[in-house]
Design a protein around this ligand. Structure first.
Ligand SMILES: Cc1cc2nc3c(=O)[nH]c(=O)nc-3n(C[C@H](O)[C@H](O)[C@H](O)COP(=O)(O)OP(=O)(O)OC[C@H]3O[C@@H](n4cnc5c(N)ncnc54)[C@H](O)[C@@H]3O)c2cc1C
Length: 830
């Protein structure tokens, strides 16, 4: 058992930089025991300041890393810079996490100003993507940072260590007994409890000593981001992150909010914790995990105060289970593979991997649509509120195994769904809970069950039986915005559909209006004579955005989409077919419009309703249809139609009206042909670049997956230039002209078509998309999305929809917080 009262064995690990090491040795014991020199820098290294890079100790109180940095700066007589960078590249980066972190940054800005310490915040975003930390590290005498055991900060720290730009000092800011003193990973809580009992006895009650040092302000060599009272939603919208997961109004980031929650719990909940902690329908737990994850509150203070209140059970969870998980993550490299599970669990799970099960797609799980009421409510809690009661998380996690192909997919999904939505995602304690679901920290249970084998069962039905499900569902489905806004979406192209679905999934009510009889806009299909179908708009789509990958995989799993394996070529000279770059091309199945149909499920859409006016009334925007029918009154109006149509409906004072004039939508003629015999050309799709020609693209529609093979069906698209010149040509004229051109560029005669149709797209694609993904006027609560913002393709439209959803959720979050603050303190508003 390690000697937890001593720090001596730590020192043996330290490097041979005598000067710096001597300084670290001289630190007070409570700091020295949690500090180690990770990298020594170059031998001739000099520097102008001490740098403290903070990422998981976002607090200015009881922060050992800050104390170490301040003491080093004072002793070395160097100024101190505290740097916080918000990257777009951490895993599952989303509006939710970004907002939570920036709310903490706002508190830090104020706290460091009071301490007269230089605090530099950098936010990676459009036009501001710079390696600021590297820039600062190169001129720092030493970098102090938190010893956090989870990616991606762990990898970044290692990279810095390898760069030798400066010495790196790591400080454990998260655990009461420093993880390096624990010395190893434990796989049973009782063993960890025994090993650390003495360490906790020595430390839990100990007040955190004041640091006493004073930071000397430093000059930061770049413009730092000053938050003050800037809109966090607005800056977050400029970041290339997942905008489909909105901030959580009930859980604001920062030390102030964290300690306020702790105090409230200490007053009302801590004494009853032992009895009430497993009752998911009430707030029997502290809900501090997100604040602890980002180090917005001091775990030392929480433990000390819980100990002072004699809250033994709470302390056991906080110290033993939480710090057991920290030590596990610290000493184990692989946290998301079989290597993270005990051998017996891997063996039994592998044995049962082939048991029959009901596999569900990621999207079904993510959107809480399994049909199991308790599980779906748990998932909605994650989706809407970014939290999941820890006791229910275990039942939730084990159930995922029954819906996954095997235990490996289950583990990947546990990590994905938890880290993506939960504010405490990516925390070692989160890993601890997730791995417990698959047997870690546990023992085998007999008799063996299907699928789970000898992993401890926790059936949903049993958990539901001991729960007041209706009360839990009410709690989960409480309003997310205050007051809940009435939202209208005009147009249900792919952007509008995804935006509406995200808003609805996150607890908002939205009413869609669509002038056509179906959803999906230009990703559409024409059915002729009742059976012959043509994708006459979007031909295929590609997905490069990692945020959309999980959706794509689910659409494929659920057969809404499939890969099109057709032979695609380019024709630059008549009759010459050249290979094009290979890529994954996807289409809706059994037709292009299937994707829109899928996205429109569960939404409330008024079809065949063309909105013709949007007028500001005394209590909201009043929408009317072309038929003069009054459609309702709304607080927020969103558009997903081409810019000209938006312009015609837009209230005059909208801030982004001018942007609309910067986009021009271009026309395209689409000709649809069906042949009873196969047209003999060695291709299924071709980009046509023949000089002066009228055709831009041809495709064998029937070569796409799940299409009828009864006829050989083709879609021919004109170039924009030709369509502009022949806008008023008759349909027969367009069919004749483009068919003739198809024969000329392929040097192959067409068979006689049995079906020939033409469609003129007046607004087929934008000449150029706006440089922003969506438009949002926070003051007037008007927004727009579409491929003319996101990029002139299906993927761009989807990204635009996500972006607009993010802007709406972000602004509602800020509004809710302001209203709550005004209610709590009416005099401030006056
Ligand atoms: C010929 C053609 C070929 C294409 N090929 C490809 C391709 O191969 N790959 C690719 O990725 N993309 C392609 N695209 C582009 C792709 O189709 C679009 O980028 C995408 O579908 C645009 O979606 P959106 O959400 O912007 O809205 P849209 O599809 O434009 O939807 C707007 C919706 O608003 C509705 N609407 C308009 N006004 C009103 C009103 N006043 N009231 C109510 N409803 C209204 C419309 O009926 C429509 O349903 C192609 C497009 C065309 C036309």
């Amino acid at each position: 058992m390690p000697d937890l009262s001593s720090t001596k064995h730590e020192h043996a690990l330290m490097s041979n930089t005598p000067a710096l090491q001597t300084l670290l040795d001289a630190l007070p014991v409570h700091l020295a025991e949690r500090t180690w020199l990770r990298a020594i820098g170059r031998p001739d290294h000099t520097g102008r300041y001490v740098l403290y890079w903070t990422h998981h100790a976002l607090r200015a109180d009881e922060n050992p890393a800050l104390d170490v940095a301040m003491l080093l700066a004072e002793t070395l007589e160097l100024p101190l810079i505290v740097y916080q960078g918000l990257s777009e590249k951490y895993r599952f980066a989303s509006d939710r996490h970004h907002t939570f972190i920036l709310e903490a940054a706002r508190d830090l800005e104020a706290s460091y100003a009071k301490l007269d310490t230089t605090y530099a915040l950098h936010i990676d975003r459009a036009g501001h993507r710079h390696p600021r930390l590297a820039q600062l590290a190169k001129s720092s005498f030493v970098m102090v940072t938190e010893d956090f055991p989870i990616e991606v900060t762990k990898a970044w720290t290692e990279r810095f260590a390898q760069s030798h730009w400066c010495p790196i000092v790591l400080v454990d800011t998260a655990c009461v007994v420093p993880t390096r003193l624990v010395g190893q990973a434990y796989d049973r809580a009782f063993a960890f409890r025994d090993a650390t009992a003495q360490g906790y006895r020595l430390r839990v009650d100990r007040p955190w000593p004041a640091c006493g040092a004073k930071g000397v302000p430093a000059q930061v060599p770049f413009a730092t981001f000053e938050l003050h009272d800037k809109s966090i939603a607005s800056v977050v919208s400029q970041c290339a992150i997942d905008h489909s997961i909105g901030p959580v109004a009930q859980t604001c980031g920062g030390s102030q909010a964290g300690y306020a929650r702790w105090q409230a719990f200490r007053k009302k909940g801590l004494s009853g914790y032992a009895e009430r902690r497993n009752q998911i329908e009430i707030d029997g737990v502290s809900r501090m995990s997100a604040y602890l994850h980002y180090g917005m509150v001091s775990p030392f203070r929480i433990a000390r105060e819980a100990a002072a209140d004699g809250a033994e059970k709470y302390l056991d969870e906080l110290l033993i289970w939480r710090e057991l998980a920290y030590a596990f993550c610290y000493y184990r490299q692989e946290l998301e593979t079989d290597a993270s599970l005990p051998a017996w669990a891997v063996a039994t799970l592998s044995k049962h991997d082939t048991d029959p099960r009901n596999c569900l797609s990621w999207e079904t799980l993510a959107r809480a649509q399994t049909g199991e009421p308790l599980w779906d409510a748990a998932q909605r809690s994650l989706l809407k509120h970014g939290e999941l009661h820890n006791n229910l998380r275990m039942t939730w996690g084990k159930a995922i195994l029954e819906w996954s192909i095997d235990h490996r997919q289950c583990l990947a999904r546990l990590v994905d769904l938890n880290h993506r939505y939960a504010l405490d995602g990516r925390d070692p304690a989160s890993y601890g809970g997730l791995l417990w679901c698959l047997g870690q920290f546990d023992r085998p249970f007999q008799p063996e069950q299907p699928i789970l084998g000898s992993v401890r069962p926790r059936p949903l039905a049993l958990h539901a039986a001991r729960t007041n499900l209706a009360a839990y569902q009410r709690k989960v489905d409480r309003a997310v915005a205050h007051p809940s806004p009435r939202i209208a979406m005009i147009g249900t192209g792919l952007a509008g559909l995804l935006c509406s679905r995200i808003l609805q999934d996150q607890g908002l009510h939205i009413q869609c209006f669509e002038k056509s009889y179906r959803a999906g806009g230009r990703a559409s299909t024409r059915v002729s004579d009742g059976s012959t179908q043509f994708d006459h708009g979007a031909q295929y789509f590609t997905i490069r955005d990692p945020v959309l990958q999980s959706y794509l995989e689910s659409w494929i799993d659920e057969l809404h989409v499939a890969k099109w394996e057709g032979t695609i070529v380019s024709i630059d000279d008549p009759g010459v077919f050249c290979d094009v770059v290979k890529m994954d091309r996807f289409v809706g199945t059994p037709r292009m419009e299937s994707l829109g149909t899928h996205l429109s499920k569960d939404l409330s859409i008024n079809f065949e309703t063309e909105v013709s006016t949007v007028e500001r009334g005394p209590s909201g925007y009043r929408l009317t249809a072309k038929t003069d029918r009054f459609l309702g009154e709304f607080d927020i109006v969103l558009w997903n139609c081409p810019p000209l149509q938006v312009d015609a409906l837009l209230p005059p004072n909208c801030q982004w009206r001018l942007e609309l004039s910067r986009v021009e939508m271009m026309p395209c003629w689409s000709v649809m042909l069906a042949f009873e015999s196969r047209w003999d050309v060695p291709l299924d799709g071709a980009f046509i670049n023949v000089n002066g020609g009228s055709l831009g693209w041809i495709a064998r529609d029937s070569s796409k997956p799940s299409r009828s093979q009864t006829m050989d069906t083709w879609v021919l698209h004109s170039t924009v230039g030709w369509a502009q010149k022949h806008l008023d040509i008759s349909k027969t004229g367009a069919i004749a002209s483009l068919s003739e051109e198809a024969e000329r560029v392929t040097r192959r005669s067409l068979p006689k078509p049995c079906v020939a149709r033409a469609h003129r797209w007046l607004y087929s694609r934008p000449n150029e998309s706006l440089p922003v993904r969506s438009l949002w006027d926070q003051e007037h609560r008007l927004g727009a999305c579409g491929d003319w913002c996101g990029g002139p393709r299906v993927e761009g439209a989807l990204q635009s929809g996500m972006s607009l959803a993010g802007q709406v959720l972000g602004s509602l979050h800020e509004r809710t917080i302001k209203l709550r603050a005004a209610e709590a303190n009416p005099s401030v508003e006056d």
